[in-house]
Design a binder for this molecule. Structure first.
Ligand SMILES: [Fe+2]
Length: 295
């Protein structure tokens, strides 16, 4: 089993590279860090690679890239995947600062890239727009969330943080409550991509900034039950849902098995569990614009 440490970045195909890069740079507030192998790479204001963009006929999230312990030999990862009957290949210079990676596909064909060593691609830099502190998580609509949760736990070492009934699963690969989610949907498609903001003050600034650009919220703000993050959602020009969040639960010690205590938790200690459908701590119900992503 691969033991992931960190979610690094995601790749997005788009029919309009200029428009998508303009959104990520001028609205979301990432910095264009360069172009390589036909991809435009964007980093956070601290210089961490977060997003790759390249041209295709339709908008889609096509790759998730994760880091393992830097001392892990990549050959061992390939051997482990071979033993599980999963075909993989070695990739050189997959992205700036990542000289070597192993790539394979999950059951829906999304590329999973795993690398050990990474060098920073930029330093602290001013950005336009919102300026998130990191890429937080990706959620996908799939036909059978349990099947995907089992694959990600068995092959990539994820742990289940929470379920909403049997149709939405939250998986973690580090302290953050969730890094990958699977939600039952009629199509196999990205549900949303989430970026972490520093605090409430930045959420407020972000909402005012989106308002100044006439970008309406698709849902929120509110505080979720699973993960207990403050959430807001809007759509980018490719009609993809972008979440901006803060105050996500963290499990700092896996052996204790509970999330760090917070005043808004209704359970103490807050352990992974199955939530019912009334899962938000506060906020309005999901809007039709949010719900349509699963249809
Ligand atoms: Fe989310």
């Amino acid at each position: 089993m691969i033991q992931l440490k960190r979610f690094s970045h995601a790749a997005f195909e788009t029919p309009d590279v200029e428009r998508q890069v303009d959104y990520f740079a001028q609205v979301l507030g990432l910095a264009v860090a360069g172009k390589q192998n036909g991809h435009v790479h964007l980093a956070t204001r601290m210089g961490d690679l977060a997003v790759q963009v390249n041209k295709a006929s339709a908008a889609a999230c096509t790759k998730l890239s994760f880091q393992v312990d830097p001392s892990t030999p990549l050959a061992d990862i390939r051997k482990g995947l071979d033993a599980e009957g999963i075909k993989s290949e070695a990739r050189s210079d997959a992205a700036p600062g990542i000289p070597k990676a192993i790539v394979f596909k999950d059951p829906k064909g999304t590329e999973i890239e795993v690398f050990a060593e990474q060098t920073a691609i930029a330093g602290n830099q001013p950005v336009a727009g919102i300026g998130p502190i990191k890429l937080g998580h990706l959620a996908f609509c799939v036909d059978d969330p349990k099947r995907y949760a089992d694959f990600y736990c068995k092959v990539l070492g994820f742990r289940v943080s929470d379920w909403i009934q049997d149709w939405f699963v939250f998986l973690r690969c580090g302290p953050d409550h969730h890094t990958i989610n699977f939600v039952q949907g009629k199509r196999t498609i990205m549900h949303h991509v989430a970026f972490e903001l520093k605090d409430w003050a930045q959420v407020q600034q972000a909402m005012d900034f989106l308002g100044s650009k006439n970008i309406n919220l698709a849902w929120g703000p509110g505080r979720h039950g699973p993960g207990h993050n403050i959430y807001t959602y809007h759509r980018n020009p490719d009609d993809q849902i972008i979440e901006l969040f803060t105050e996500l639960d963290k499990m700092l010690d896996e052996s204790l098995g509970y999330f760090e205590p917070r005043p808004w938790h209704r359970d103490h200690p807050q352990r992974p569990k199955v939530w019912d459908n009334r899962r938000d701590i506060w906020g309005m119900p999901p809007t039709a614009d949010y719900i349509r992503q699963r249809e």
